[in-house]
Design a binder for this molecule. Structure first.
Ligand SMILES: Nc1nc2c(ncn2[C@@H]2O[C@H](COP(=O)(O)OP(=O)(O)OP(=O)(O)O)[C@@H](O)[C@H]2O)c(=O)[nH]1
Ligand SMILES: [Mg+2]
Length: 213
């Protein structure tokens, strides 16, 4: 993957802007999680950039869905965070409308559910995880900000997350830090595996299309 070939190709702040002009063959890797959990920082770390994705000092500021195209192969999709207490009623509605629309798109999407390792799984996280699991969507759990914890707390909190009954057995749980780079390779491995699977799916579809003609 050529990480020099990356750009922000779409910012959607309105439902009417989705799905927009995205290539339907490119897999999408969607970052979900509460405000401030580290979604934008993870994107920057994956792409070896300092500030491509805007890292907010004030969480939950902008309610937009940002698509980063990577090497004409995939999109990293920065979803707006949830659980921001100071958000107004109309902003919450805007968030919900955008997210509902995104989840209804007929795209190939792998969800990366981010959870703050220090805070653990919140009520809002549980809602999101239940939704992903019950909908049968492919996802992995990424536990962020591991650098903030000592070894004992880190292990205890990781075990607690692994023991959460809402997370299906086969869902991978990855410790991650955008400060130290821990987990970066593991996240890329999951992304690459998913992209290979999508490529294979289209290859089979194309082959089937040819024989029918
Ligand atoms: N120590 C530490 N801080 C982090 C890490 N990841 C993110 N942060 C900090 O956490 C804050 C929020 O990070 P963002 O990446 O903006 O979080 P976000 O999930 O994109 O937040 P919203 O865009 O508001 O939804 C920033 O101050 C980051 O510097 C990490 O791995 N370690
Ligand atoms: Mg962000």
């Amino acid at each position: 993957m050529n990480l020099n070939n990356v750009s922000l190709v779409m910012t959607a702040g309105l439902v009417s802007q989705l799905p927009g002009k995205v290539n339907p063959r490119y897999p999408q890797i969607a970052l979900c999680g509460r405000s401030n959990v580290g979604k934008s920082s993870l994107i920057n770390k994956l792409l070896n950039r300092k500030s491509l994705a805007r890292v907010s000092s004030e969480p939950g500021k902008t309610i937009t869905i940002n698509y980063y195209e990577v090497d004409k192969a995939l999109y990293l999709v920065d979803l707006p965070g949830y659980g921001y207490a100071k958000r107004s009623f109309s902003e919450r509605n805007k968030w919900k409308a955008l997210i509902d629309k995104y989840f209804s798109l007929d795209s190939n999407i792998l969800y990366l559910q981010l959870v703050d390792l220090k805070a653990g799984i919140t009520k809002n996280d549980e809602e999101m995880i239940s939704f992903l699991a019950e909908s049968g969507l492919p996802f992995a759990v990424v536990c962020t900000k591991t650098d903030k914890l000592n070894k004992t707390n880190r292990n205890a909190n990781l075990e607690a997350i692994k023991a959460n009954p809402l997370i299906p057995e086969d869902v991978e749980i990855i410790p991650f830090s955008s400060q130290t780079g821990e987990g970066r390779d593991d996240v890329w491995k999951i992304i690459n595996e998913y992209c290979d699977a999508v490529k294979e799916y289209f290859r089979e579809q194309d082959a089937a299309g040819t024989t029918e003609e």
